[in-house]
Write a protein that binds this ligand. Structure first.
Ligand code: NAP
Length: 302
């Protein structure tokens, strides 16, 4: 039996664990196989306060994990497989083990949205990829198509140009929704061209990507484009499946919440899992802090 169980160990879950441990809550952090979430996959973090020269994602995660340990939260490197919030104490299962607590913070993050093509899943890891930081170096002096028109697509297209000889951004609208500075950087990058009002209909290739079939949404015509890689950067989906039968979800699959408060007393949300707007390291840490303070307050009033 714990005071608090935190599910997920990205920056939100880790920050919540630091605050909870420091407040002397008996805390269990169910961290999944590797703590850190998306930030663990980020090569260089340059906009997190306190690191004027930047810091690598893995180093920042390592520092956060040490801080969690210093304040006493227990960490297990496994995934939660089921939750039962029907009565208190709440139950969180890891396979056949069950852990109980009066308060739970859900910080399970989000995953990449995909186009949903059979060829996309068949060639995933064989030329189709979702993380430029992880895979861009594989495309040294090659051509890459980046799909999407938001911050991720443009930021990652720019990252890929450090390696690739050419990046073509394919976007289904006439304009990008990314921040102005990213649009300007893309416009000024000689390695990037844009193909607006086009969609990717098919990823081509037997064992590895050789091209994409794109459709011009003005004319309806399709044509094939040679490419060595396809980055899919079309947004994120919240990891909320585990909670579907226990908490109310919105049409988009987010947990219905008011800030970090869910409709279930003592159950809180933090991080990208429920952030449709900001999705930054600093905001994830901020919401982890808020959730831990709310949990402390809730446990104090029980
Ligand atoms: P996003 O803002 O939701 O953009 C998704 C993009 O993919 C949109 O252009 C969307 O087009 C397109 N798209 C969605 N579904 C598609 C489909 N089925 N086929 C083709 N295109 C599709 O997602 P994001 O770019 O991942 O950004 C998410 C959040 O993270 C944002 O809040 C962003 O500010 C933040 N972020 C910030 C930074 C940064 O500050 N440097 C970097 C990365 C992410 P439509 O407009 O037509 O739907």
């Amino acid at each position: 039996m714990y005071d608090l169980i935190i599910i997920g160990a990205g920056p939100a879950g880790l920050t919540a664990a630091i605050y909870a441990g420091r407040a002397k809550l008996d805390t269990l952090l169910i961290a999944g196989k590797t703590p850190g979430g998306q930030i663990y996959l980020t090569y260089q973090v340059e906009n997190y306060p306190g690191f004027p020269d930047g810091v690598t994602g893995p180093e920042l995660v390592e520092r956060m994990v040490s801080q969690v340990k210093r304040f006493g939260a227990e960490i297990i490197l496994e995934e939660a497989t089921k939750v039962d919030f029907t009565s208190e104490p709440y139950k969180v299962y890891v396979k056949d083990k069950v852990f109980e607590a009066y308060s739970v913070i859900i910080a399970t993050g989000s995953r990449n949205r995909l186009l949903g093509l059979e060829s996309e899943s068949r060639l995933m890891g064989r030329g189709v990829f979702v993380c430029a930081t992880c895979d861009a170096a594989l495309y040294e002096e090659l051509r890459v198509v980046a799909v999407g028109g938001g911050d991720s697509a443009l930021q990652e297209a720019l990252d890929i140009t450090k390696f690739a000889s050419e990046v073509i951004i394919v976007h289904r609208r006439d304009t990008f929704s990314a921040q102005r500075y990213l649009i300007e950087e893309v416009e000024n990058n000689p390695k990037i061209t844009t193909m607006m009002h086009h969609t990717v209909e098919e990823v081509l290739g037997e064992d590895f990507v050789t091209g994409v079939r794109v459709r011009n949404l003005d004319t309806g015509e399709t044509h094939d484009l040679q490419t060595d890689g396809v980055l899919i950067a079309i947004g994120w989906l919240p990891n909320t499946e585990l909670f579907r039968s226990q908490l109310e979800l919105t049409d988009q699959g987010y947990i219905t919440a008011d800030g970090v408060l869910t409709s279930k007393p003592g159950v809180f949300v933090a991080g990208d899992l429920n952030d449709t707007v900001y999705r930054q390291l600093a905001t994830a840490c901020g919401s982890g802090c808020k959730a831990a303070l709310e949990a402390e307050r809730y446990l104090g009033h029980r």
